[in-house]
Every structure is written in C-alpha cells, then in structure tokens.
Design a protein around this ligand. Structure first.
Ligand code: HSE
Length: 309
C-alpha cells in the first residue's frame, strides 16, 4: 500500500503551574489537529489553518515532520515512508507558553505511531517527545491529559497523570507578543538558594496534595514560585500586577504559563468568575502597555487522541 492517513487531536498545555518548574503540567481544552498522510515516494506537502500559518517552516525542518521522521526511524519504517502530506488546524497560540511546540511534537509522534500500527505505547512516546522537546512538563500532559507530575529518572521520563478533585477553569491571558523558551531560560540562574528550593518544594507539594484532596484553602497558597517567575518578570511587563488583578477578581492563584508570556489564572468552576478574571487580567496588562486576550479553558482529560469523524 503506497499511502496511509490518520487524524489526531492534541491539547495545548500549561507547564510549571507556578512552583513546579520543569515538573508540573496541565492539559487544557484548546487543541491542534493534524491529518497526516504517509507516502512511500519522497516529497512533502503542507497545509496550515490557524496559528502559525504565516511563520512556521513548511519543509523538512518542520517540527511535526521531524517528529514523524523520529518515530519512523525508531519503528524501522523510515525507508518505507519517505514523504507525506501534513494538514494542520492550529488553535494553540504560537510561542506564548501554551505548549504549541509540544502539541506539534506529540501530534507528529502520535499520528505516525498509529500509521505504523501502534508499535509504541504512550510511555514510549513520552520518551521520544521528551528527547525532542528537552523537558517533559508540556509533552507529558499533551500525551496523557489531566494534571501531570513529571520526573526524569535515570534518563527515563515518568508521568503521573491525575484528575483534580475540584473542577477548575484556567483563564489564560495571552499577550500579543511572542517569547522564545530559549530566551526565557537564559535569564534563569544556574544555582538557587536552599531557601528558594524549600519555598518551591513546599508549594509544589501543597499544590498536588490540595488538588488531589480538593482543598481550596491550601490551593490558594500553592501557586507562588521563587525559582523562575521572579527572573522572568522583566520579560513580561506587568506580570505581578496581572497576578494581583486575577486574585482580586476571584482566582485561586495565577502563574506564568510555561516560559510565558501567557499568564494563567486558576479559578473554581462553581465560582463562575472566569469571565471577570479574564477581563481583569487583560485590563492589568493594558495598563502596562501590553495588548492581550483572555481564553477561558477547561481541563483536558484525554490527551492526544485519534479523531474519526
Ligand atoms: N518548564 C519549561 C520552562 C516550559 O519553564 O522553561 C517551557 O515550555
């Protein structure tokens, strides 16, 4: 057979969740879709609808295609399938801290894996995706869905995914400028103090425990961070003011989403304050000279999946 096709949908993600630098990540109800056709003959065709249509490379440097190739090589199928067609429908904003590159990587790996008859399971896809992305905290929730705790142990990424006991909305305030993860990592110190390490260990542990138990009181104290946000604040004008505005409007807490510049507030669904929190965050950004839009998102519980329709 010369040609095979599949469609997959992958959620956007928010890494770190405040104190969980390079460790915690959550899958959100915003999606990229990929239709992948693999062909035996060489040659690539790309069709992009939505985010990134104007500025992502549409040749063999494309991250979706590189992820497809990565999987085919490991499956021993790279010789058989040398070309293909990539159709993307992207809702996840690019380079904003909502996991667009992780979504692209996971989409390529997932679609290619299905087309070679699921040679690899999700845990193996996590290894490949972490290798390509460099850290697991976006790719893991993109694969598994839910709230995830991620570690790399002896070179192997491990993901514990769970559904919080509270129903949460995530309110993303998405600025109209991009920030590269590379630049946002360059401002971080190589070493941190014991005091800052203790600060984060406490809050990251509290965040996971409070989500598991559904404890609002402790959740409100869990989103602070001392390891990355203070250093990245200079790259996101008004960051602290936007956090304060979100809390004043009823959010449990707020954090830099991944490496930013998007800021993410966490609200209880039953408080019905997500709309107001979004407006308050956008207004606080505006006062700091930043145009932003608000997105109210839910928790994605499935992770990457095939779409049949
Ligand atoms: N944990 C990473 C960071 C996420 O904060 O740099 C970037 O996608």
């Amino acid at each position: 057979m010369g040609e095979r096709s599949i469609r997959v949908r992958v959620p956007g993600t928010s890494a770190n969740c405040g104190p969980g630098f390079d460790t915690l990540g959550i899958a959100c109800t915003i999606y990229n879709e990929l239709e992948l056709t693999l062909r035996e003959r060489p040659g690539l065709e790309f069709f992009v609808d939505g985010e990134g249509g104007d500025n992502i490379p549409l040749d063999d440097r494309n991250i979706v295609w590189r992820s497809v190739r990565y999987l085919l090589e490991r499956a021993g199928m790279a010789e058989k399938f040398q070309g293909g067609v990539i159709r993307m429908k992207n809702d996840v904003p690019l380079s904003r801290g909502l996991g667009s590159s992780a979504a692209a990587i996971v989409a390529g790996l997932k679609a290619a894996n299905v087309l070679v008859d699921n040679v690899f399971n999700r845990r193996e896809l996590l290894q490949f995706a972490t290798k390509i992305e460099g850290h697991p905290d976006n790719v893991a929730p993109a694969i598994f869905g839910g709230f995830t705790v991620n570690i790399v142990s002896r070179g192997r990424a491990q993901c514990f995914s769970f559904l919080p006991k509270l129903r949460l909305n995530m309110v993303a305030a998405v600025p109209d400028f991009q920030l590269s993860t590379r630049m946002a990592r360059e401002v971080l110190p190589e070493k941190v103090s014991r005091q800052d390490a203790i600060f984060n260990i406490g809050r990251a542990s509290l965040l996971v425990a409070a989500l598991c138990k559904g404890n609002e009181y402790f959740l409100r104290q869990s989103f602070e961070d001392a390891l990355h946000q203070p250093y990245r604040a200079e790259l996101v004008p008004g960051m602290m003011e936007v956090f304060s505005a979100a809390r004043a409007a009823g959010a449990l807490g707020a954090a830099l989403s991944g490496a930013g510049p998007c800021l993410m507030a966490y609200v209880l669904e039953r408080d019905r304050c997500a709309g107001g929190v979004g407006e308050a965050m956008v207004e606080a950004f505006r006062k700091n000279g930043v145009n932003a839009k608000a997105l109210v998102l839910g928790l994605d519980t499935r992770g990457a999946h095939i779409i049949n329709e």
